[in-house]
Design a protein around this ligand. Structure first.
Ligand SMILES: NC(=O)c1ccc[n+]([C@@H]2O[C@H](COP(=O)([O-])OP(=O)(O)OC[C@H]3O[C@@H](n4cnc5c(N)ncnc54)[C@H](O)[C@@H]3O)[C@@H](O)[C@H]2O)c1
Length: 336
């Protein structure tokens, strides 16, 4: 019997590249679809080196009609769909671009899945689909009303409607995983939840960090390898469901800053800035459904995750952090 074959859209990105690494370790043959708009082949360099002949990288926009022919030829059993515009602020300034990639691109992936006779699509969606619900509902479960407050959140929600429609009309199975704030090595700075890598890079370079508001805002930070574990478990379970992937733990931005300062050995204090309009004050996701449906729970707490991330930065060449900082324009604290 030939080795199982899967496809990962957005596989050269932060989360996608970790997923690709794990799938290869598990013996899958992996087709990566990525237009490299925010991802990088550098994220896949060890995968390419260690698994020659088992990873195939296709530099392609998911909106392209040729995705259909490609999927028909490659015949993946499962498609992990992570390719997306992930910048909330950019979605506000350019909502039609966000719509085009995140909604039309997702529909193309579903059409391709049908053409290639894939049995399942596992979709990466975001806590942004819940918007800013009443704080008594925290940690938010999957019955929370979907009421996004940004074009990004709206596009991630709309794609779920199409997953549901393709399931009922064409019998194409799906699981939509709702990620909290994912962090870990290789994270870019434009997308969601870049605050952990932003603080880490700046403190390692001896630069100050801005904290907006009084620092009591909370988020649910989940380490990338735990997220990958949930995605793998979804291959055979949780069909037709929305499933939260977080920790249920709220971490205040002040506490996050202190943990990163301690792990990096920095004595710099945060620069307190006025609260930003439209920023959510608190957030965390309930993971009861993930426990029941995927048999999953996170195993890395935020303190250990930060220490692993700092170790990763420290194992890079010295210029790495300064190059990343040059690439950033300004600096931010909380994601939306
Ligand atoms: N990082 C988080 O905290 C977080 C939270 C919630 C949801 N998500 C979701 O997880 C997924 C992965 O996010 P990430 O943080 O790894 O971001 P990322 O930007 O690192 O990865 C996205 C990848 O998609 C690729 N891509 C973008 N547009 C494309 C297109 N039109 N065609 C082909 N490839 C395209 C990019 O080049 C990149 O490699 C996204 O769908 C995002 O919405 C991420």
């Amino acid at each position: 019997m030939s080795d199982p074959r899967v496809m990962v859209t957005g596989g050269a990105g932060f989360i996608g590249s970790h997923l690709v690494d794990r799938l290869l370790e598990l013996g899958y043959v992996v087709d990566v679809i990525d237009d490299l708009s925010s991802g990088s082949l550098l994220n896949l360099s060890s995968a390419r080196q260690n698994y020659q002949g088992r990873i195939f990288i296709h530099q392609l926009d998911v909106r392209s009609p040729s995705l259909i022919e490609l999927t028909r030829r490659r015949r993946p059993s499962t498609i992990f769909h992570l390719a997306a515009r992930t910048d909330v602020t950019a979605s506000i300034s350019n909502p039609s671009d966000d719509l085009s990639v995140n909604v039309a691109g997702s529909i193309r992936v579903l059409e391709a899945a049908l053409a290639g006779e894939a049995t399942k699509v596992i979709y990466a969606t975001s806590a942004a689909i819940y918007g800013d619900p009443s704080q008594e509902l925290i940690p938010l479960d999957e019955n929370t009303q979907l009421k996004p407050i940004s074009p990004y959140g709206a596009s991630k929600r709309a794609a779920i409607d199409y997953l549901e429609i393709f399931r009922s009309v064409y019998d194409l199975e799906y699981t939509a995983l709702v990620f909290a704030n994912v962090y870990g090595p290789r994270q870019g700075f434009r997308g969601e939840a870049g605050v952990v890598s932003t603080f880490t890079e700046r403190l390692l370079a001896g630069r100050p960090c801005q904290v907006f508001g009084d620092g009591t805002s909370t988020r649910d930070y989940v380490y990338v390898t735990d997220v990958v574990d949930a995605m793998i478990r979804a291959i055979d379970s949780a069909g037709g469901l929305l499933v939260n992937v977080g920790t249920s733990v709220e971490t205040q931005i002040n506490a996050l800053f202190e943990m990163i300062a301690r792990a990096t050995g920095s004595t710099l204090g945060p620069r307190m800035m006025p609260r930003r309009l439209g920023e959510i004050q608190r957030n965390a996701l309930s993971i009861e459904r993930a426990k029941a449906q995927l048999g999953w729970k996170p195993i890395i707490d935020v303190r250990d995750g930060i220490s692993m991330l700092v170790d990763w930065y420290n194992s890079r060449p010295v210029e790495f952090v300064s190059r990343r900082l040059r690439e950033r324009q300004g600096y931010s604290s909380l994601s939306k």
